[in-house]
Design a protein around this ligand. Structure first.
Ligand SMILES: O=C(O)[C@@H](CO)OP(=O)(O)O
Ligand SMILES: [Mn+2]
Ligand SMILES: [Mn+2]
Length: 554
């Protein structure tokens, strides 16, 4: 149980933490869908209530460097745990640099599995994952290290199944990664090691679904990577060129699947005796395909047609509760002492809500990559639409708000949390106009939610996990100003940003006694202690400092 604060009994009503996914503080108004949105509620929040900015990228959220943008996993982990852990990107890079990854049992079993093969023939080692240097789900340098090590281990062949990104990196950058990589593989092949790209497709089309939103994507991925069914091309770069020509304006994440073939035969279907490494380190979009590989006859999400007997590993363990996958190359961060756990131990009833696309963010990521609840937690999922979100920028903001208002009015919960997906999911489309509407939808939601909090005598902390809609145009690397296409138009940007995020204390109950401290270097990991203080508890010793000032205590 957390200790009671000696000086402040906590507010009478509930504390509501509102995460506006993808809502950063823009550096410039040009290209900011947030600056362009009509948002009277948010404007009033910033005009009238205590607010500070928080770091939400780089080392402040456990990424390897401050050149790394934030993302939902590391952001929600930091908020929920109140601490910063070295995250997957850093842990994998470290394990490769030290060589520890190759000494681990999992890698050795992968190598042994491929060498043993089946039916008297050694197997092939397949790498499936996101093909970029975005460092949100994966990094291409990790893939390179894996391929080289597979060669050094004396494996017969490797095949790569490349999920095109354009969401954590510029929207049509696939060839910038594919061409040098094909050259790298070509050099290996010339030196006698059989290494080729075997299949691929846009990450929003195949394989990388999350939170059971659309298993069809995983089914299509299985058909592409495992069965080798789909449109055939001579190489991945040729596939990208041809598909772009056929589907003008389609960005990388949305490109259809492709299979690489010679003389009509796929070069890398997945067969009995092969080994498979899913090389993404982040879990949300890795769990479904992992289940398809690991589960037996009980698997009922789609017809796999064929289930090759393979040795399978994930880069990390993606879910510590479900032990998914069983075999993994690098230990995940051992996230402990989350606020959900300690509020639960302190008898605080908690409510969490989002729509499918972000549901795991406010539950599984928030609770330290655990898919189970702590005692006294209630989770509510609002099913997301399965459409391109630029067509429905309001997404489920209204329904999430309905659920939050009902939960507040029930009087059952002391701490509530929700995530509005709009700024992020629509921001990822690169569609500026839709992104302004996304922010307007969040604003409208807040205009309903905040009065319900007032009526319950509560307060809200309004924040975000990282930026996205705040920068909808690529910035020129040198000038840091929005970059232009050859025709003079702005280059659309689909990725997250490096910008800080707001933290607003919406408080109409303390009569001005509560405020926020602008601590040097404050980041998302300072929120947990702030919530604890607001409900009258001291922070857990592992948590970063609280940002709450109470006129009695300070
Ligand atoms: O869509 C995703 O998987 C990531 C970007 O790669 O976004 P977020 O971290 O906001 O979930
Ligand atoms: Mn996010
Ligand atoms: Mn995002």
């Amino acid at each position: 149980m957390l200790n009671k604060l000696p000086s402040f009994p906590g507010i009478a009503g509930p504390v509501v933490v509102i995460v506006m996914d993808g809502y950063g503080i823009p550096k410039t108004e040009v290209g900011s869908a947030i600056a362009a949105a009509r948002k009277p509620t948010l404007d009033a929040l910033f005009a009238k209530y205590a607010h500070i900015s928080l770091r939400a990228h780089g080392t402040a959220v456990g990424m390897p460097s401050d050149d790394d943008m934030g993302n939902s996993e590391v952001g929600h982990n930091a908020i929920g745990a109140g601490q910063v852990y070295a995250q997957g990107a850093a842990l994998v890079a470290g394990a490769i640099a030290s060589g520890a990854i190759w000494q681990g049992q999992a890698w050795q079993q992968i190598v042994a599995g491929a060498k043993a093969g089946a039916n008297g023939k050694s197997g092939v080692l397949h790498f499936i994952g996101l093909f970029s240097d975005g460092n949100v789900h994966s990094h291409i340098d990790h893939l390179k290290a894996l391929v080289l090590r597979a060669r050094d281990e004396g494996l017969r062949a490797v095949r790569i199944h490349a999920l095109l990104d354009g969401r954590d990196v510029p929207e049509t950058s696939a060839l910038d990664y594919l061409e040098p990589f094909e050259a790298f593989l070509g050099d290996l092949a010339a030196a006698g090691f059989d290494a080729q790209i075997a299949s691929g497709g846009g990450r929003q089309v195949i394989t990388m679904d999350r939170y059971d939103a659309n298993w069809k994507m995983v089914e299509q991925g299985w058909h592409t990577h495992v069965l080798g069914r789909g449109e055939q091309f001579a190489s991945a770069s040729e596939a990208v060129r041809a598909l772009r020509q056929r589907l003008p304006g389609t960005i990388d994440q949305d490109l259809p699947p492709f299979v690489i073939a010679r003389d009509g035969a796929p070069v890398g279907t997945i067969e009995d005796g092969d080994a498979v490494v899913f090389y993404n380190f982040r879990g949300d979009r890795a769990i479904e395909i992992t289940r398809a590989f690991e589960e037996g006859a009980e698997f009922d999400k789609f017809d796999r047609v064929r289930t090759p007997a393979v040795t399978y590993a994930g880069m990390l363990q993606y879910d510590g509760d479900l032990k998914l996958p069983k075999r993994f190359l690098v230990d995940p961060p051992a996230i402990r002492d989350t606020m959900s756990e300690w509020f639960s131990k302190s008898g605080v009833a908690q409510f969490a809500c989002s729509e499918t696309q972000k549901f795991g963010h406010v539950t599984y990521f928030w609770n330290g990559n655990r898919s189970s609840k702590f005692a006294g937690e209630t989770w509510q999922e609002v099913p997301s639409d399965v459409v391109p979100f630029e067509q429905r920028p309001w997404m489920k903001a209204a329904e999430i708000t309905d659920a939050m208002i009902a939960a507040i009015q029930s009087g059952q919960y002391k701490v509530l949390r929700c995530n509005y997906a709009n700024g992020d999911m629509v921001g990822h489309s690169g569609h500026f106009r839709a992104a302004t509407m996304a922010i307007e939808a969040v604003d409208l939601a807040l205009s309903r939610l905040l009065p319900a909090i007032d009526a319950a005598g509560g307060v809200a902390l309004i924040t975000a996990d990282h930026g996205n809609a705040d920068e909808m145009f690529e910035l020129d690397k040198k000038t840091k100003q929005p970059a232009l296409n050859p025709d003079g138009s702005y280059k659309a940007k689909t990725a997250h940003t490096l910008n800080p995020v707001p933290l607003v204390l919406y408080d109409n109950v303390s009569g001005g006694k509560l405020g926020l401290k602008a601590l040097e270097g404050a980041g998302l990991s300072n929120i947990a202690a702030t919530v604890a203080n607001l409900i009258g508890f001291e922070k857990h010793e592992a948590w970063d400092e609280s940002l709450l000032s109470t006129s009695q205590a300070d």
